[in-house]
Design a protein around this ligand. Sequence first.
Ligand SMILES: [Fe+2]
Length: 307
Amino acid sequence: MQLKLLTIIFALFVAGCVTTDSNLTKRAVSYTDYSGRDKHTALVFGDFGFGTKQQYKIGKAMKQACDRVGCDFAIGTGDNIYEEGISSVNDSDMQAYFEKPYAHFGRFDFFMTLGNHDHRGNVDAQVAYTNYSERWRMPSRHYAVPKLPTWARFFALDTTRVNPQQIASAEAYLCSAKGWKIVFGHHPPYASTESTHNPKPTTIYVDQTKRELMPLIKKCRIDIMLAGHYHLQEHITSPYIDILVQGAAANTTGRGPLDLDKEAKSLFREKTPGFGIVTVTPTTFSAKFYDQEGKEIYRWSKSKPLS
Ligand SMILES: [Fe+2]
């Protein structure tokens, strides 16, 4: 009897330790209402989750740049937790590779997407983690950024597992919209560099993404894609869409360059660690790329009538 009691006490102690170690509190998630604004500014970063000094350094530069220009929220382009994603919401990697490197942002919405490395782990846990963080926001594997004005549509894609439901949701949200139609996700449909962080050859992802996303991009006339996967900063233009690749928020890697698809063209391509910031108004879209010191290395803008 005494042994049984001791066993129960030990089990309760272990359970208590697990809860204490994770230090997680479930909370109600609320989103800032931006619907009445006439300008939005978003930090864009990707392929960050290593927990290295360089990630911290870039995280500091991200915040300083945002303080200068006034970021409303962040867009994450995936590969959030290397190498294997997370196993549960209690996984300590979420603290080491996301919360701590960006704790200095305080209460700030990071709208996140899933990368291929995240898919090696429990992606539902990354979705559920939204309820345990004051920063991490991934309400579903694919979703529309909430409470934006009708002229600024940001839709998050899970490019590693595109399915008909995801495409139908994106079409319903984007196709008939006026203003800027922006998708963000991990894999772009064009690439000029071979990634070294891949379980498979890069071209498989590029070919797959092009096959799966180009019909949506063409049908809904998507203006911009914010992507990652390739550990560099790049602007690729094509007759159908402009792609801003931000996959350098912890390091730069990759072999290459590859031959870019003949219908696309690389306007800027640098293996410079850093991040981007984009600003949208009803008729303008502008982007700036920054290095890890916060120095601007590229800028681009586009305008169109609100229609
Ligand atoms: Fe990736």
